[in-house]
Design a protein around this ligand. Structure first.
Ligand code: PCP
Length: 439
């Protein structure tokens, strides 16, 4: 451990970056113990320090800084105490640990992602890590396998599981939406439902699952993609009732030519009336209308959408597309997919349960071990020819495509991040295993 930096740059949150009384590094018994995996690097401190000298672990929006995730202080207290105990006892066994949701397949597939962030946890540590490829579907068995001295990675378990569980839940829910309306344009509108620090995680999960776009601007910058979106109801209110056409025309004049002209047409009047007004106001410049009809006013949303389609067609606006948003999930997308051209989906992604991953040691010094109810021994998982998911001991000779691949070798990340390839893999694997919307 890095004795020189003990008590500095972590915990506390005081303005000078030192750890306050009672924080980690300042023990009642006067002993100092540091379980961090690595000292805070300048690059982390520069990004995430706030309100004090570099390394100060406070954040204006209540998030744990990246430096704490990297150095292992973003952990549960019992890992700190375990590491303290192991160090006291002079133990640091060589172990194999696996990340698993369900031990055996049960016919319920989920999407694996978060792997690129998880890999960064192990950067520079004396461990080897295998994992499923980004976007692979799984149904039981390990999605990741870590081998090395236990103390090398013990403190990372909390962050590791979080980095995998929530994105995998988002991606699984997004895939259900994607496949519920395979021919429609589907956009992620869910960033507003999560802490803004997670916006990129939401939007990336949606893209991974085959979404056509997303709404969050900063996430777009992080992902190297441009955010989509046109106007909220607020724009219409700023112009006022009866001035909708002025609002849509001003939008058309103001925004760049490559932004689709999609008018929000549910604010003041009937959706048919506002949609026809938008079409007449912008003429051939209008690409589409968006109906975000409030649930309490919706009645039969499918009927409203069909009526708008009918009247647009009847008045010569056959090329104007119809987008729908507001509380839509897989069931609604299936209900509307033949009458609407596109959808904005938020809560159906962000409300997803995290995948219930846990990390379990399955070998100690080459001997198989497990807690009751779990399966001992290093395992392999396979995609079988019939689209099944097969779990077996790693040294067994099994048929099928072995899915766990090297991710980290002796602390070096050996896999490239490739979102487009992950999306292709996700959609192809969804077809191979017969993944279908559950709602
Ligand atoms: C849309 C809709 C939902 C937002 C998107 C997220 O916003 O009203 O609240 O979708 P979700 O319901 O699937 O989570 P806008 O129509 O832009 O909302 P606003 O009324 O703020 O203009």
């Amino acid at each position: 451990m890095d004795g020189d930096s003990r008590g500095e740059h972590v915990g506390g949150g005081s303005q000078d970056g030192r750890v306050g009384e009672g924080s980690r590094g300042e023990r009642a018994d006067g002993e100092r113990f540091d379980w961090r995996r690595r000292p805070v690097g300048d690059e982390d401190a520069g990004f995430f320090a706030f309100g004090g000298k570099s390394g100060c672990m406070t954040d204006p929006f209540g998030t744990v800084p990246a430096a704490a995730i990297r150095d292992g202080t973003a952990t549960d207290a019992y890992f700190e105490r375990t590491l303290r105990t192991l160090e006291h006892a002079g133990k640091n066994p060589h172990v194999v640990a696996e990340v698993t949701a369900d031990q055996f397949p049960d016919g319920s597939f989920e999407v694996f992602t978060g792997v690129r962030e998880a890999a960064r946890l192990f950067d520079g540590l004396a461990v080897d890590v295998d994992a499923l490829p980004d976007g692979q579907l799984f149904d039981g068995g390990p999605v990741m396998c870590i081998e090395g001295p236990y103390r090398e990675f013990a403190a990372l378990e909390t962050s590791l599981l979080g980095l995998l569980s929530q994105p995998s839940g988002f991606a699984t829910a997004a895939l259900e939406c994607r496949l519920a309306a395979p021919d429609a344009d589907v956009f992620s509108f869910g960033a507003r439902h999560v802490h803004p620090a997670l916006a990129t995680v939401v939007e990336r999960a949606a893209l991974l699952a085959g979404f056509d776009g997303f709404s969050h601007v900063a996430a777009g910058e992080a992902l190297g993609r441009e955010a989509s979106g046109t106007m909220p109801h607020a724009l219409l209110f700023c112009f006022g009732e009866g001035e909708q056409a002025a609002a849509w025309r001003a939008f058309d004049e103001a925004v760049p030519a490559d932004v689709p002209r999609i008018a929000l047409t549910d604010t003041f009047w009937d959706e048919v009336a506002e949609s026809l007004l938008a079409a007449e106001s912008l003429g051939g410049r209008l690409d589409g209308v968006r109906l975000d009809t409030t649930g309490s006013r919706r009645g039969e949303f499918r009927h409203i959408v069909r009526e708008v389609r009918w009247e647009l067609d009847a008045h010569g606006f056959e090329d104007v597309e119809i987008f729908c948003s507001g509380g839509l999930g897989p069931a609604e997308l299936r209900e509307l997919r033949d009458v609407a051209d596109g959808f904005g989906v938020g809560g159906a992604i962000t409300d997803a349960d995290p995948v219930d991953f846990s990390l379990d040691i399955v070998e100690v010094e080459d001997e198989p071990v497990s807690k009751r109810g779990k399966l001992s021994g290093r395992k392999a998982v396979y995609r079988t020819a019939d689209g099944g998911h097969h779990v077996a001991l790693a040294d067994a000779d099994e048929d099928g495509e072995a899915l766990l691949e090297p991710l980290v070798r002796d602390g070096e990340i050996v896999r490239e991040d490739d979102l487009e390839a992950a999306t292709e893999r996700c959609l192809a694997d969804a077809e191979a295993v017969g993944f279908g919307p559950s709602a």
